[in-house]
Design a protein. Structure first.
Length: 533
């Protein structure tokens, strides 16, 4: 059996009314062991309780526009379908309808139904909460949007032979506008549903990123009378992911909403979002001033930053748009021509908290769809986006939002309006680690060969044991190999192996150290297989 090492310290947070604090203290005194093997003396724990003394965050002076940076404290699942199978998939972002429901649910539970009515009646609109890779210095300056569908990447070249694809040297992926001259003749693929583009300030280059999602196994009984639990998997956004969202309304409505949401905005209370109500906190907030309006050029690129819902004259959902379809939109400017560049269809699911039933699915145009607009009405579109007048239905739930640009946001092949001397960062965080560990292998290729009795080197199984020890967070995983005391550990005294151990010891953070050694072992394994072949 595998055990957590003795002395490991765990820390968590609990939110509860102050009147229940004595009961919590009593319950903690009753617990002396956790986990399996308690009857044989395993899992002994000592629990302690301390109140958090963090000072509340100032809410500031409300305006008609509020930007929030959210952080999920637990893994978060936003179910992407109403009819899942043994895998419950999750969206990679928090839809505005889910965030609006979380705010309204908190207000109703606190008895503040008048403030909740501002959200439910659409007097205050809530945007989608899109994941961001890092916290910006100024929330109002940060820009996050789904990857435009015409921002496509080159397909990887086919691989043949015994060497796996991830062991081959590949160039940094380029994302091109599929309608630009540089993309003509290339085999491009559309961005995935979990890909986003982001920049922390207008002076920074766009970067492409995707939030980390993990699949976890769970046991449950859909039928209470079921004897044995069923095994299913649930997809979740990992904890401590940051999300950027906006709330808009009149200054009076926003002032009333902020006063009622003060404990949440100050960081003293949590929201419950997604499946099973994962706790989400407000990490930062900012009240931007009145945005400036630019006159707009005669032509622009219109990118949908959220799904667009609209019906035709027969009340059917539109799943594609052309120039004639846009002309029928309420409030659409006159003298404006539209040319679709890249669009797709999306199914929108939801849950009715009153009836406790799933909503009928709606179908619309997928976020990230790109259109070219030309004419005198472009300036009016700019005013609409500035004033929060969005397109289609259910705009207070985050639908129908768009932005206008002279060029496609997020182009990383050098055609961006912002020149940068540094190459664009890779889409995957592990790519940078793979580059470093690849260089380690190039500097020490002897580790992939078998040495003689006088020149012993660590075997592949010994490297895998090191990976397992670091994943288990063993405190002496590196120290026991840097200074081995057993005959089996003498192979770690090889000069090349010692240099790799020193490189790992210089890395701060257990997670980063583990990812480095894991990918380094991949390079070794690929090289060993190549030698055998």
């Amino acid at each position: 059996m595998e055990y957590v090492p003795k002395g490991t310290r765990f820390e968590g947070l609990i939110e509860l009314p102050a009147s229940d604090l004595p009961l919590l203290r009593r319950l903690l005194l009753e617990v002396d062991a956790v986990g399996g093997g308690r009857a044989t003396g395993s899992g002994r724990v000592r629990l302690s309780l301390a109140e958090t003394m963090a000072s509340p965050r100032p809410v500031g002076n409300p305006t008609g526009h509020l930007v929030l940076l959210l952080r999920n404290l637990d893994p978060l699942c936003i179910t992407a379908t109403a009819t899942p199978d043994n895998l419950i998939p999750s969206l990679a972002f928090v839809p505005g309808r889910a965030l609006l429901g979380a705010f309204a649910n908190w207000l109703i539970a606190e008895g503040r139904k008048d403030a909740a009515k501002l959200l439910v009646d659409g007097l205050v609109s809530v945007s989608d909460a899109l994941p961001v890779p890092y916290a910006p210095k100024k929330l109002a300056k940060a820009e996050a949007l789904p990857a435009p569908l015409s921002l496509q990447s080159e397909k990887p070249a086919g691989s043949a032979g015994p060497i796996p694809w991830w062991a081959k040297t590949s160039a940094t992926p380029r994302r091109l506008d599929s309608h630009s001259p540089a993309a003509q003749g290339l085999g491009l693929k559309r961005p995935e549903h979990d890909l986003f583009v982001y920049r922390g300030a207008p002076a920074e280059p766009w970067i492409a990123h995707r939030p980390q999602l993990r699949v976890r196994l769970r046991n449950g009984r859909p039928d209470p009378n079921q004897a044995d639990p069923s095994l299913f998997a649930i997809e979740q956004i990992v904890e401590d992911t940051l999300f950027l969202c906006e709330l808009q309304g009149t200054p009076e409505h926003m002032r009333s909403l902020a006063a009622n949401l003060k404990p949440v905005l100050e960081g003293r209370r949590w929201l419950r979002v997604g499946r099973a109500g994962a706790p989400v906190e407000v990490a930062q907030l900012e009240w931007p001033g009145t945005p400036t309006r630019s006159a707009g050029s005669p032509s622009a690129i219109l990118t949908l930053t959220s799904d667009l819902l609209i019906r035709d004259e027969h009340l059917r959902w539109r799943t594609a748009f052309d120039d004639a379809s846009f002309q029928q939109l309420p409030g659409w400017p006159a003298n404006l021509r539209v040319s679709p560049i890249a669009q797709d269809t999306v199914a929108v699911h939801g849950f009715n908290g009153t009836s406790r039933l799933w909503r009928m699915p709606a179908y619309g145009v997928r976020r990230g769809s790109v259109f070219k607009v030309e004419g005198d009405g472009v300036a009016e579109l700019v005013r609409m986006a500035t004033d929060g007048r969005w397109l289609g239905e259910r705009t207070h739930e985050g639908f129908g939002r768009f932005r206008l640009d002279e060029i496609l946001p997020g182009i990383t092949d050098g055609t961006s309006a912002i020149a940068s001397a540094t190459p664009p960062p890779p889409d995957e965080p592990d790519d940078a680690v793979a580059v470093v560990t690849r260089q380690w292998y190039k500097d020490h290729p002897a580790l992939a060969t078998v040495g003689g009795a006088s020149d012993r080197r660590p075997s592949l199984s010994q490297w895998l044991d090191l990976v397992g020890a670091l994943e288990r967070n063993e405190p002496n995983a590196l120290a026991s190999r840097q200074k081995p005391t057993t005959a089996g550990g003498e192979s770690w005294r090889h000069p090349d192996a010692r240099k790799i151990l020193d490189e790992l010891a210089a890395i701060r953070g257990t997670a980063e150290r583990t990812s480095h050694v894991r990918l380094f072992v991949r390079w070794l394994r690929a090289a060993m297989r190549g030698v055998d072949a």
